[in-house]
Design a binder for this molecule. Sequence first.
Ligand code: QUE
Length: 334
Amino acid sequence: MSDASVVASRDGRIGHILLDRPKALNALDPAMIDAMQAALDGWRDDPTVHAVVIEGNGGRAFCAGGDIRAIRTLAQAGDTEAVEAFFRAEYALNATIDEYPKPYVALIDGICMGGGIGVSVHGQIRVTTEAGLFAMPETAIAMFPDVGATFMLPRLPGGIGMYLALTGARVQGADAVHAGIATHFVPRDALPALRADLARDGVTAVAVHAHALPPFSLAPHRAAIDRCFGADSVPDIVARLEAEGTDWARETLATLRAVSPSSVMWSFAAVRRGAGLSLRAALAAELALTRHVTRHADFAEGVRAMVVDKDRQPRWSPDRIEAVDPAAIAAMLA
Ligand code: QUE
């Protein structure tokens, strides 16, 4: 079976999904989401499929996100039903991956952000190469870490999840295993052999090819991440970063000051709430939050600045964390 931008095929014991939209860094459009859901549904009860393997084509990206440009266009046209239909289908796919009765193996060799996290992290096995580059960068476009990230991030060690959620910080290669996003590290050179062994032997091949991890490059900042991002409010996070007095803290605060202030506030609240929810409940809460966020002026402005015009000069409103009304944020999550 094949769609324009997803190739679903069989290879020995596995069902193989190739995200094949390399010019858009394999970002997910609605047809790709439908094709992936159909492939997984078709293989669920097929006794000859022992595991599913997903990869991105083109060598640069596993999957850079979702079709956020199209969502902005629909939202600006007032087509809330089409916006909702996109997120509903994407989040349903995320839940299908989490609940899939067979091993689901993502081979991540390049950019894996936003929607790419959603079609990998809920699977049982996430293999990263040294080129795997992970982030939830949504505060830069005034969205929030969705695709089940409000469930996943608060379950990462210490304050790492909130740090990744609010700053959009990138985690590369073996660091993603240390952070709890990936499960195995396999060098890029070994991927052809891993692929062949997965088809022949099934998922036992992953452990055979997995390498020991180099040290966590965030280790020098782990204590500061936990101190600052474990705070109980965004203004408290800012105050703790100011109190650190290190270059890392100054750079982190500058990042936090550059992304959408409103988005930092609603992302903080959404990730906090996700700590106490099941994945299904977190996805339902995320869907409800998309209705408010995609109507907020910062969302259209953020996608304009980062994805459409690419001037990277968004004009946020309000333009400071301290000017965001906490009651307005609370109302969006109610
Ligand atoms: C922040 C984001 C996204 C982004 C850039 C940001 C995001 C997203 C895309 C994206 C990437 C490639 C595409 C595309 C969209 O960019 O979520 O259509 O082809 O999906 O700074 O959160």
